[in-house]
Write a protein that binds this ligand. Structure first.
Ligand code: HEM
Length: 437
């Protein structure tokens, strides 16, 4: 096929030199992508090494490609080593029937667990109450000094852990949270672009130490995340655990109940559960807590916004005589706009995860062949000055002056592979930020 325009690519290394240069010159990857957008248009091609990537920077084309024609762009580009380890299991780096089944099951289970409604709201509020109590206990002369990113990290971690295995993190098991954070961090440190792109057989036979290191670091995270689920499965088999099949306590219970009825389906195996838990943990933890920390920093630097948010929230909660609830959302337009602006500026996922096209397709008039790699440039989209005027300014009012702008904001991605945790994350941002903002 004929690819959209882009910077001149060199053999084998492609556009990596230009990319490195512009990231350095523009002081960041998002401004570098934005520069390419200005030069080559909303749809451009970047060669990452020998592979061309079609980047889509505007909302309308993203909608046309990933939503309207979503079925042809639902497959992820899988790093060979991930595919090798997971054998097709999981949510983030999987494709085909197992991915589709797990996505359906996870969305349904989250809905049944009350995500976005009062049931999950209660869980989040319980977590916040307990966290505030801890802070009060630590106070000296009525003052507690807090590392905000640690506070957000453990709060979000606790909410996800309660949802997955029914257990929050407190002073008795904080070491478990710290261990998990460490393992995820260590695993992130191990990976290089070389490991992610090299075929497994080359890694295995020519770089065996590297292969082992990468595999072990991923396995360590998975095994730690899934240890309680595995224990519960053993206890269930030995009659030591009672499963409430109608009203599962948490995600693991819901999965085990489904597994009993689907013995022959590889999507419902312990291996599958292990990868789904690891994916929900890793995709849901850092993204949400980094958004909260980034939002906190924005608010501290914009006291006039804090003042307006406080006034609005006090009015809605009868002068703070009751906690804020998700039901109040329709009455808190300024707070909603502030959260949207926080997400626009935070740009947690600069680019959506890479997808590949199925069969011959057309994007913006360019005919693409089978298996072309595509991505939504979420960061560049959110700082496009034609859509968001003065994009560098933290200005929640922009979403009130022009309500349509909200549709152009897609921090959770778009289409068949968009974020599964969007409702949970939105609830957390609303309730946690109202308290700790
Ligand atoms: C503010 C918080 C969050 C942000 C900004 C965010 C953003 C994203 C983005 C951009 C994607 C990729 C979309 C694409 O490739 O098109 C994604 C995928 C995903 N997210 Fe989130 N996310 C957040 C929170 C969460 C939470 C709380 C969970 C789980 C509880 C979660 C689970 C997932 C999963 C499983 C996927 C992969 C979905 C699939 O491939 O089918 N995320 N997220």
């Amino acid at each position: 096929g004929k690819l959209p325009p882009g910077p001149l690519a060199l053999p084998i290394i492609g556009n990596i030199p230009q990319l490195a240069y512009y990231i350095w010159r523009e002081k960041g990857i998002v401004p570098a992508f934005d520069l390419f957008r200005k030069k080559y248009g909303n749809v451009f091609t970047l060669w990452v090494g020998p592979f061309p990537h079609v980047s889509i920077c505007d909302y309308n084309t993203n909608q046309e490609v990933f939503v309207k024609n979503g079925n042809r762009y639902k497959n992820r580009l899988l790093p060979p080593i991930f595919d090798h380890l997971s054998e097709g299991h999981g949510l983030v780096f999987s494709n085909g029937e197992i991915w589709a089944e797990m996505r359906r099951f996870t969305l349904l289970t989250l809905r049944n667990m009350g995500v976005g409604r009062d049931v999950m709201e209660e869980k989040i509020m319980e977590e916040l109450d307990a966290r505030c109590e801890d802070l009060n206990l630590q106070a000296v002369d009525g003052i507690t000094i807090v590392n905000t990113s640690e506070l957000f990290n453990v709060t979000v971690g606790s909410i996800i852990n309660s949802m997955l295995v029914g257990k929050r993190f407190d002073e008795h098991n904080m070491h478990e949270f710290n261990r998990l954070q460490q393992l995820v961090h260590d695993s992130g440190e191990v990976f290089t672009p070389f490991d992610l792109t090299t075929p497994v057989w080359i890694l295995k036979y020519f770089f065996p130490k590297r292969y082992r290191l990468v595999m072990d670091s991923m396995l360590a995270v998975n095994e730690y995340v899934a240890r309680e689920a595995k224990q519960r499965f053993e206890d269930l088999k030995n009659g030591l655990y009672e499963l409430d099949r109608e009203n599962p306590n948490d995600f693991v219970d819901a999965f085990l109940a489904k597994m009993e009825k689907n013995e022959d389906n590889p999507a419902y195996s312990m291996k599958s559960l292990e990868f789904v838990l690891a994916d929900l943990w890793s995709a849901g933890q850092d993204t949400t807590s980094t958004t909260l920390t980034s939002g906190f920093n924005k608010l501290v630097n914009n006291p006039e916004v804090i003042k307006k948010v406080r006034e609005e929230l006090l009015k809605v909660t009868d002068n703070g005589s009751r906690p804020l609830s998700l039901k109040d959302k329709t009455r808190t337009p300024y707070f909603n706009a502030t959260l949207a602006e926080i997400q626009r500026c935070a740009s947690i996922g600069n680019v959506s995860l890479w997808k590949t096209s199925e069969g011959k397709t057309t994007v913006n008039g360019y005919e693409l062949g089978d298996g072309v790699i595509l991505t939504s440039q979420l960061g560049a989209l959110h700082i496009n000055e034609n859509v968001f005027e003065n994009p560098e300014k933290f200005h929640p009012e922009r979403f009130i002056e022009n309500e349509k702008l909200l549709h152009q904001l897609i921090p959770f991605g778009i289409g068949k592979r968009s974020c599964i945790g969007e409702n949970l994350a939105r609830s957390e941002l609303y309730l946690v930020k109202s308290l700790f903002g």
